[in-house]
Ligand binder design. Structure first.
Ligand code: 13P
Ligand code: SF4
Length: 351
């Protein structure tokens, strides 16, 4: 919940109580002024701030009205009454909010907040895949842009990918674009996975019989692909009582060597509900700080070195400028938005 106090000093004191273990007090002193001003402007503009779980701790714990993973924030975006949504996350998330609430003013604090997965596939790629595998439904990870969603039958997030695939009664499903998520889900569903082959004449289907299978795409998250099984084994040797949690965008080998794998919110819940003293999170580093602030008796190993450059574009300074100057207002062409919306709504129908 946002920290709404009558003065900057009171804001600082509240932030200090909550965040002193993870943010130095000199930084909190500076950030309390930004937080105070953001929360004042937010009320004036009747805006809500949605914050993805990867936001830095001062932003995450002090100005957001809702926090969550991609699926939870999509659900909030679909139901909020506020005329303005400031999306503290990356562009595909703000776009999803705009598609679900086209009449609302959806602001993204930095246009540089992209995503390597979303950048790794185009609408034309999807059209070619549909031509190669006629009749196969296309399930698309929400980490894609609106024109790709518009070519898809359903979206999914890492929390409901398996359920969305199972909701199609077909032998072959095209699952885009994250190679590792596709491999992890294929393993969970016990289905083989194949990839189209790129030759000099474009894409072609692999020369094998494809039955009861998933067709994937070869793009990876630039953050999660960096984790290795060696990282996990080293930590297990040094700190044997550590619980290792991996996001499903990590490789199947990393996921198999961890104790738990789930969406960002699923990992947060896992730590909240478990009794272990030490945890290693194989995901964006800020999330470890956010969990540590909430669970002072549990230690997140500070061995994390992988930051998402896109999520890190979203700062308190940019969020304040976004509210003050009404920037950057997200637009989606109405015809693209309408087609993308069908795919997102199909995802929201699956529990
Ligand atoms: P979640 O849906 O688990 O929040 O993941 C979004 C994301 O971009 C992870 O890198
Ligand atoms: Fe995209 Fe990876 Fe960053 Fe998530 S962590 S927003 S998947 S680049």
């Amino acid at each position: 919940m946002p920290i709404v106090e009558k003065s900057v000093e009171a804001t600082y004191e509240k932030m200090r109580t909550m965040l002193i273990n993870v943010v130095p007090s000199v930084e909190l002193r500076y950030k309390s002024e930004l937080v105070f001003e953001i929360n004042r402007l937010k009320a004036e503009r009747q805006a809500v701030i949605l914050g993805h779980n990867y936001m830095e701790p001062a932003l995450y714990h002090s100005v957001t009205d809702y926090v969550g993973d991609s699926l939870e924030l999509s659900r909030v975006a679909a139901r909020t009454d506020a005329p303005t949504i400031v999306f503290c996350g990356v562009r595909f998330m703000a776009e999803t909010a705009k598609i679900l609430s086209p009449q609302k003013n959806v602001l993204l604090p930095s246009l540089d907040a992209g995503c390597s997965l979303a950048a790794g596939i185009t609408a034309e790629d999807v059209r070619q895949l549909k031509a190669l595998f006629p009749g196969a439904p296309v399930v698309t990870y929400v980490n894609t842009y609106a024109d790709v969603k518009a070519e898809s039958d359903a979206c999914c997030t890492s929390s409901n990918a398996a359920e969305v695939i199972k909701s199609f009664d077909t032998k072959v499903v095209i699952f885009l674009p994250d190679e590792y998520l596709a491999r992890n889900v294929a393993r969970q569903l016990d289905r083989p996975i194949f990839f189209p082959v790129r030759g000099s004449e474009g894409l072609r289907a692999p020369d094998v019989e494809i039955r009861d299978a998933i067709i994937g795409w070869r793009v990876k998250c630039e953050v999660h692909e960096k984790y290795t099984v060696d990282d996990v084994q080293r930590v297990r040797r040094q700190f044997p009582d550590t619980v290792v949690l991996a996001h499903p965008e990590c490789s199947p080998a990393v996921v198999a060597s961890s104790d738990y794998s789930g969406s960002t919110s699923a990992m947060i819940r896992y730590v909240r509900e478990s009794e272990a003293p030490h945890y290693l999170l194989l995901t964006e580093c800020s999330m470890g700080d956010n969990i540590a602030a909430e669970n002072p008796k549990k230690e997140m190993l500070r061995l994390c070195s992988v930051r998402c450059p896109h999520m890190n574009e979203i700062t308190l300074e940019q969020t304040l400028a976004s509210l003050r100057d009404n920037r950057h207002s997200i637009e989606v062409a109405p015809d693209v938005g309408q087609r993308a919306r069908r795919a997102i709504e199909r995802m929201l129908e699956v529990q």
